[in-house]
Ligand binder design. Structure first.
Ligand SMILES: [Mg+2]
Length: 226
């Protein structure tokens, strides 16, 4: 079997961290820009954190000053680390699929998440799954999710050499995960464990679609035998 690279989204694919991440946005915008906003009607599922920061600045007619953006990211990380994450939990099947994939010697596991890297790892550490990941593409680095996929592939290739796009799998819960995978020319396994229902995801024609990660063996079959 050729080497396969499996790249997991974090929120609503592996875990649910409640509103902690949104709270970090609110606190950072207040501290850095003295701007109040609430996240009712939050429509940013599958956006990268940098993209969300840009959107929120644009909506409030705030110039995208790079120094302010850097500061917002710093404050978000600080604030997030202060969260107790008492409402965070792993989604069903997440730990099982990670454990099984780890035993596959031709599979390398990484992340592609809209999260700022330190926030992603804070969530993963809190739920004791950080050790499964050795690389990733993270949401403070680009507003374009497909670029995060390319960054993760680049990191993986530094470790194990050339990886064909057809051997790369994105696992994610939003239509943005599907679109990003398409744009990057890689495969996508969608899971209906987030804000998008099974039918809604199906309309976007993911390569594979599951209601959740509970049917671990089927998901692993797809990865190994495709
Ligand atoms: Mg997600």
């Amino acid at each position: 079997m050729s080497k396969k690279l499996v790249l997991f989204d974090v929120d609503h694919t592996l875990l649910d961290a409640g509103n902690s991440h949104k709270d970090a946005f609110v606190k950072a915008f207040k501290e850095v820009l003295n701007l109040d906003f609430d996240y009712s009607g939050w429509k940013f599922g599958g956006f990268t954190d940098l993209q969300i920061i840009h959107e929120l600045m644009d909506r409030n007619n705030i110039e995208r000053d790079p120094r302010k953006i850097s500061r917002i990211i710093e404050v978000m990380v600080d604030e997030f680390k202060r969260e107790n994450l008492e409402h965070a939990y792993l989604l069903e099947g997440a730990i099982e699929i990670l454990k099984k994939l780890k035993t596959e010697k031709d599979v390398i596991i990484g992340l592609v998440t809209g999260n700022i890297e330190e926030i992603a790892y804070t969530k993963l550490k809190h739920l004791n799954i950080d050790e499964y990941f050795v690389l990733g593409g993270f949401g403070h680095k680009s507003t374009i999710r497909s670029e995060l996929i390319r960054m993760a592939i680049y990191e993986a290739e530094k470790k194990i050499g050339k990886i064909e796009e057809s051997d790369v799998f994105i696992i994610g819960d939003t239509i943005n995960d599907i679109k990003a995978a398409r744009d990057a020319g890689v495969k996508v396994i969608a899971v209906a464990t987030g804000m998008f229902g099974f039918e809604e995801l199906n309309e976007k024609n993911p390569d594979y679609l599951f209601t959740d990660l509970k049917n671990t063996d089927k998901v692993i079959d797809v990865i190994k035998n495709e």
